[in-house]
Write a protein that binds this ligand. Structure first.
Ligand code: SF4
Length: 89
């Protein structure tokens, strides 16, 4: 089987869109489980982002983050307090 080469030091402008988003999703999947919220809360956060006028092409126009990455981490919160951080560990 042919091994697919992955550029670890590419800028987004040097990558095709599919490869870039696959990298993002792989990065989220590989985050330390201790740092991530559970799946129900993750989906709740994303559902709030999907209703928000500031969501554009997967990015939050308030903070510049990809919301799927921002919402994955317990320590993060929405800059407009539509969802909050997890403080109980
Ligand atoms: S993080 Fe907050 S402001 Fe940004 S898109 Fe999500 S709900 Fe909207």
């Amino acid at each position: 089987m042919e091994q697919k080469r992955v550029c670890r030091r590419c800028l987004t402008r040097d990558m095709d869109q599919a490869a870039y988003f696959q990298n993002l999703h792989d990065y989220i999947a590989d985050l330390d489980e201790e740092l991530k919220v559970g799946e129900p809360l993750y989906e709740k956060r994303l559902s709030l982002c999907k209703e928000c006028d500031l969501l554009l092409d997967g990015m939050c126009r308030a903070c510049g983050c990809f919301v799927e990455l921002r919402a994955a981490l317990k320590k993060n919160a929405c800059p407009y307090e539509k969802w909050g951080r997890v403080t109980d560990g």
